[in-house]
Design a protein around this ligand. Structure first.
Ligand code: AMP
Length: 332
C-alpha cells in the first residue's frame, strides 16, 4: 500500500498506540463499533469505515456496529443499524470501540458498559478521558481522518471502496467540504488515498446533500427571519410552532446554518430549534475563525473551534448565549 509522507509521519508518532489497537483487535473475537448519539456524517462515516475495514480484514471475527438509527443519514448515506441481541454483549468478552465521541455519556447504545475493554478514537478536545486505550488527536479535521490514518498505517490491510467512501464522507462532513481551518495537508493526503479506492464524488455528495425541493421553504423562512447582532452574530430561531408549520423536526433546524458562512461582517452564525421532547433548544454554532467551543461548553454543549453545538434549556438561556457570543465578537 502506498503511503505518502504526512500519513506515514503521523502514523510513526503514534506507532505504539496503533500497535496496541491492532493487538486488541487480534485478541478479541467479538468487537462492537460505537459512535455518538444524534449522529452526523463524521460519526456514522468513521464508524462504518472502521466497521467495514474490520469486517473485511478479519472475516473470522464477530463484528457489529450499533447506535440509534438516523432518518437523515440512513439509508442514503450509510445502512440502517441492524438489531444486535443483548446476548452478543452478555455472553462474550467484547471489545468496544467508540469513535468521534468526546464524552462517555454521548455514546449511542449503553451496552458499551457490558464490554470488557473500551477504546476511544476521537478528534474532539479531550474533556472526558474514558477509554482504557485512548487515540485522541484534536488537530485532525474529523474522526474519519484519524481512522483513515490508523488504517493507512496498518500494513497489509485492505481498504475497500466502500470503506473509503464512508471515511471520505466523514472528512467532507466535519470539514464542511474542506472549508475549515482544521483542514491540513494531512487531510488532503488522506483524502487522496481514499479517492484512489474509486469513490465517485458526484455520487458521494449527492447522497450527502440532496434535499427535497420543499426544504427551500425552510430556507425562505430563514432568509426572511434571521437576525444579526451589532457585533456580527447571525442567527435564526425555529420554535415548535414554526417547525410544525414548516414540516420539519428540531434536528433538521440546523440544515440552513451555512447560508451565512461567507458574508462580510458575519463572524459567528447559529441556529436554534425548539426540541419539545428533550426540553432544550438544539443549537448549532459556526464561526469564520473565532474559537467558539468554550462558550458552547457553558451551555451544555461542546465541539470544535469553528463548529460546535449546545443545548440551552429555555429562551432566556438562548438569549444569554447570543449576547455572550455578541460580546465575544466585539472588536474582533
Ligand atoms: P452540530 O452543530 O450538531 O453539527 O455539531 C457540531 C459539533 O459539535 C460536532 O462535532 C458535535 O459532535 C459537537 N456537539 C454538538 N452538540 C454537542 C453537545 N451538546 N455537547 C458536546 N458536543 C456537541
Amino acid at each position: 500500500m502506498r503511503k505518502d509522507s504526512e500519513i506515514e509521519k503521523y502514523g510513526k508518532s503514534r506507532r505504539l498506540k496503533y500497535r496496541k489497537f491492532f493487538r486488541l483487535i487480534e485478541k478479541y473475537d467479538y468487537i462492537a463499533v460505537f459512535r455518538h448519539v444524534k449522529p452526523d456524517f463524521d460519526a456514522v462515516g468513521s464508524q462504518m469505515g472502521l466497521y467495514t475495514y474490520l469486517r473485511d480484514n478479519y472475516p473470522n471475527k464477530h463484528i457489529v456496529y450499533v447506535g440509534e438509527n438516523s432518518e437523515d443519514l440512513m439509508p442514503q448515506c450509510v445502512p440502517e443499524v441492524k438489531y444486535v441481541d443483548d446476548s452478543f454483549f452478555k455472553e462474550h468478552d467484547v471489545l468496544a470501540i467508540a469513535v468521534d465521541t468526546s464524552q462517555k455519556k454521548r455514546i449511542s447504545d449503553e451496552r458499551y458498559k457490558l464490554c470488557k475493554y473500551l477504546v476511544k478514537i476521537d478528534h474532539h478536545p479531550e474533556v472526558d478521558h474514558y477509554g482504557r486505550l485512548q487515540i485522541v488527536d484534536e488537530e485532525l479535521s474529523a474522526a474519519g481522518e484519524l481512522v483513515a490514518n490508523i488504517l493507512l498505517n496498518h500494513k497489509g490491510g485492505l481498504i475497500t471502496r466502500e470503506c473509503a467512501f464512508y471515511l471520505y464522507m466523514a472528512i467532507a462532513g466535519d470539514s464542511n467540504r474542506f472549508l475549515y481551518d482544521s483542514v491540513t495537508p494531512h487531510t488532503f493526503e488522506v483524502s487522496i488515498e481514499l479517492l484512489k479506492k474509486g469513490i465517485v464524488l458526484s455520487d458521494l455528495y449527492r447522497r450527502m446533500y440532496e434535499e427535497d425541493l420543499s426544504s427551500l421553504n425552510v430556507t425562505r423562512y430563514v432568509l426572511d427571519n434571521f437576525k444579526v447582532t451589532p457585533n456580527g452574530v447571525a442567527y435564526y430561531i425555529l420554535d415548535k410552532e414554526t417547525l410544525n408549520k414548516l414540516g420539519i423536526k428540531a434536528k433538521q433546524g440546523k440544515n440552513n446554518i451555512n447560508v451565512f458562512d461567507h458574508y462580510k461582517g458575519i463572524k459567528i452564525w447559529c441556529s436554534f430549534s425548539e426540541d419539545v421532547e428533550e426540553k432544550v433548544w438544539r443549537t448549532s454554532i459556526r464561526s469564520a475563525g473565532l474559537p467558539i467551543e468554550k462558550i458552547a461548553l457553558k451551555y451544555n454543549g461542546g465541539g470544535h473551534a469553528q463548529a460546535s453545538g449546545a443545548k440551552p434549556k429555555n429562551m432566556k438561556e438562548v438569549m444569554e448565549l447570543i449576547n455572550e457570543l455578541d460580546e465575544y465578537a466585539k472588536g474582533k
